[in-house]
Design a protein around this ligand. Sequence first.
Ligand SMILES: C[S@@+](CC[C@H](N)C(=O)[O-])C[C@H]1O[C@@H](n2cnc3c(N)ncnc32)[C@H](O)[C@@H]1O
Length: 390
Amino acid sequence: MRHLRVPNRAVEDVLVVLRDRGWLATGMRVIPDEDGEHRLVPIDLGAPIEMTSPLDGHQIVQHEGTFDNRVDSDWWNHLALLVDKDEIEAFGEDWPSSHEFISDMMVVRIEAILEPYSSRIAEAKLRAHPHIRLVLNDEGVQGELRIRKLTPIGARVGGEIVTDNIPESACSTRVLVRESGRSIACDPNKAYFSTKLQSERLETLSLSKELRAVIGRPINVCDPFCGVGPALATLLSEPELVNHALASDLNPEAVTLLLDNLRRWDRRDYPPEPSPISRIFEDRIIGIADASRLREHDSLVGLWDLVIVNLPHRTIEFLPSLVPLLDMSTPSLVRGRVVVSESEILDANEEIKRSLPKLLQDFHEPSLKIKRDYSSTLRLCSFEAWIAPQ
Ligand SMILES: C[S@@+](CC[C@H](N)C(=O)[O-])C[C@H]1O[C@@H](n2cnc3c(N)ncnc32)[C@H](O)[C@@H]1O
């Protein structure tokens, strides 16, 4: 998560400004920096990418966020009023102490063994987080479209907490999420979206700026697994960075949300309904498409400076079919995410290199960096590959 690195003596002043602007991450702690002379102040996901005066003199750093125990203990305190102490102790670390906020919804992952306690877990979480409207149990990402199965287990209806027979009207999962100064419309029950990928998107932004500097002009971006478009949200917020953009996805529901988002981000009149991929504006190619078949459209090949490959289970398999999309007249960049077991990372690096054209000299070769655990054996990794003009 992003933190502002602030000299110890300036922390109180910075906290006042961040709170005032709604940019202070709630539920997270200010942590000491390694040098002992600075503190790292957690920045809200919705805060803009660049800080403005008087905060712009402080460095922004990425550091694992630390939950504020006072907030966590709140949920435990509420749970203790609803569940016997012995039962709480019996299930130890199986209780869902962490959660993901998606706007005014909270997503928790409840172990099967704790399902009989779902209602009480939801009630404790709702009591501890008064701004939350709906608590959903995350039953995992499913199918090719990577949609999460989210089941409502508690809601706030007219100020009351309801955990049984939750009315349909309280269960809407379509929300607006603030990220890097933009609003992203998403519905995690209909299309993949994760708030946890913000730092990944910021890394893509910084690589894109580097690419712009290398080729000396705004870049053409191809995001063929775009979902609701969060990667583009970040890139479009940088002036003079993106020239042409292609954004497509196999999931029509994702494309509907993408069109809604683009209408706000681009301030142009995008159509309300999704349709197969087509040129909607001179510089915007948008729609439903199977990424592996984009190369069959002559008008789409050889055009793109940056290709984003975000289908982590199948990225390596898809790479060869995406290479023809790259503009080979100048250096280009492939940015991807991969799920792989730790023992297979070296092989995966070789496979990525085999799938791509000649690499750009003087740039690091593509090499998977572990971002987090995906399961006990699998790791979620990302890479970037700089491609030489051919
Ligand atoms: C892990 S999600 C990433 C979505 C988005 N890039 C993001 O960061 O939120 C992968 C996306 O790929 C889409 N998808 C899966 N198979 C596809 C295919 N063959 N062609 C195009 N999109 C596909 C899914 O619908 C899903 O939206």
